[in-house]
Design a protein around this ligand. Structure first.
Ligand code: FAD
Length: 435
């Protein structure tokens, strides 16, 4: 081992080469169990692929549960038509069955009726102007986790928590790098290797894509830290600064943004943001207790377990979906989404915005897919993340099922017609010319 420390350069430390135990050779490995990753793993396993899902934390859901972002915005186009269904709709149905979802009935979608708008605004479900009722869903985060666990168990996907993606290894040399051959993970067991045929990057931050050398755009953003407050007068009329929840007497406070931007891929930047946001959120809770009569006997029910990061890395893939492509029905469209603050804007998401020709056996889902910053505002939302996760899972399983005697599975090479037909058969709204 050696250490180098020349003036002005980051010192480096060279480890001795080492061998890591191979713990599995799944058809599909999904990295990150947020809303996109859970959807991808369930969809892949349901398609018959041996599917593993790894997650660095001790639970699933990511921002949609741990991050307390408990609002599915939006499953419609703002004009009364549903544009996200499939696995996301299944989750809503199961939350509803558990009594842990609140959302407007279909006849209300698109309505500008002032009383209805005001009612659903108090649940955090109305945004943008002009205001209208949207098909959006407020839900309980623990119920969301339970539903995800149920879906994963039923699908047969293998979940491994407390396991951090560390790096991937690609075939070929530095001049002509090929497909991903190994994914190295770290846990209390040390470093281990997984040898998947296809990898789904659902890490939110595009960790796999970045490690594989895929180009990306990285945007530092002002972080949030949402928190919940219990013991609030259950008859409180929701006002600015908090939303009603499925538990009477508990409200959700969407605290943020903190004024200092954070690079979500820099742990020092994240640590400073965690401390600063926590302090400011606590002060904000103190002000609510002091100034709002309904909060006199209230207590802080818990901060989000992860910072609210709207944006970090976005892969630059085979297609970068742009604002002017709203409404364009791509032949390889695999999902659609509306925009949570715009009425009538619908994006058809092509498979090409989730693949990269540089790494054939990689597909990306969720908030790190290949879009411009503007379109990311729409595709980052939980329903859209679940829709791209659903599509990525089926595409990954199909690619993994191709002849394994060839060099690599090629996700962009799957039969578009069959992929779209399968997704449709599973209730997904895939968009495209013949939807
Ligand atoms: C403040 C804020 C408000 C928002 N409001 C809304 C809203 O009202 N409605 C809405 O629908 N959306 C909203 N969003 C957007 C939405 O919450 C997220 O974009 C969406 O949840 C992203 O899902 P994801 O699965 O792509 O990523 P994430 O939820 O970030 O999941 C990524 C998962 O990968 C894991 N992971 C990361 N790196 C690794 C690694 N190296 N190894 C292993 N695991 C890893 C993480 O722990 C996490 O579980 C909001 C976001 C923010 C920040």
């Amino acid at each position: 081992m050696s250490a180098g420390d020349s003036a002005g350069e980051q010192p480096t430390f060279t480890e001795a080469p080492r061998s890591s135990p191979v713990i599995g050779r799944p058809d599909v490995l999904v990295v990150g169990a947020g809303s996109a990753g859970v959807a991808a793993a369930v969809a892949s396993a349901r398609s018959g692929a041996d599917t593993w899902l790894i997650e660095r934390s001790g639970t699933v859901g990511g921002l949609a549960s741990v991050g307390l972002i408990n609002l599915l915005l939006t499953l419609d186009d703002g004009e009364g038509t549903q544009v996200v269904a499939g696995l996301c709709q299944e989750v809503v149905d199961r939350l509803e069955a558990a009594g842990q979802a609140r959302y407007p009935a279909p006849p209300q979608w698109g309505s500008a009726d002032a009383a209805l708008v005001s009612h659903w605004r108090s649940w955090g479900l109305v945004w943008g102007a002009p205001e209208s009722v949207r098909y959006s869903v407020a839900y309980d985060p623990d119920a969301f986790v339970d539903v995800c666990y149920e879906l994963l168990a039923e699908s047969g996907a293998r979940l491994r928590l407390h396991t951090h993606f560390a790096a991937c290894v690609r075939a070929g040399g530095p001049e002509r790098p090929g497909p991903i051959t190994a994914v190295l993970v770290e846990s209390k067991r040390g470093r281990e290797a997984i040898l998947p045929r296809v990898v789904v990057d659902a890490s939110g931050d595009g960790d796999v894509a970045a490690s594989a050398g895929v180009p990306f755009e990285l945007v530092p953003i002002p972080p949030h830290l949402w928190f919940r407050v219990g013991g609030v007068d259950p008859d409180v009329a929701a006002g600015a600064g908090f939303f009603l929840t499925t538990a009477p007497g508990r409200v959700l406070v969407p605290w943020g943004p903190h004024p200092v931007r954070v690079d979500a891929t820099d742990p020092d930047s994240m640590t400073a943001a965690e401390l600063a946001c926590r302090l400011s959120a606590r002060e904000s809770f103190g002000a609510l207790r002091r100034d709002h009569p309904a909060f006199g006997g209230a207590w802080l029910d818990g901060y989000a377990g992860m910072l609210g990061i709207t944006e970090s890395r976005r892969m630059i893939g085979d297609h970068v979906l742009a604002r002017e492509e709203a409404g364009v029905a791509f032949p390889d469209s695999v999902a659609t989404t509306g925009h949570w603050t715009r009425r009538g804007a619908v994006f058809h998401i092509p498979l090409r915005s989730m693949t990269t020709s540089t790494v054939p056996n990689l597909v990306v889902a969720g908030r790190c897919i290949s879009t411009t910053r503007y379109v990311h505002q729409a595709t980052k939302e939980i329903p859209a993340a679940m829709a791209t996760g659903h599509a990525a899972g089926v595409a990954a399983a199909m690619a993994a099922a191709t002849d394994s005697s060839t060099d690599s599975a090629v996700v962009s090479g799957v039969d578009r017609g069959r992929l779209r037909a399968r997704l449709r058969a599973e209730g997904a709204l895939v968009g495209g010319p013949d939807r």
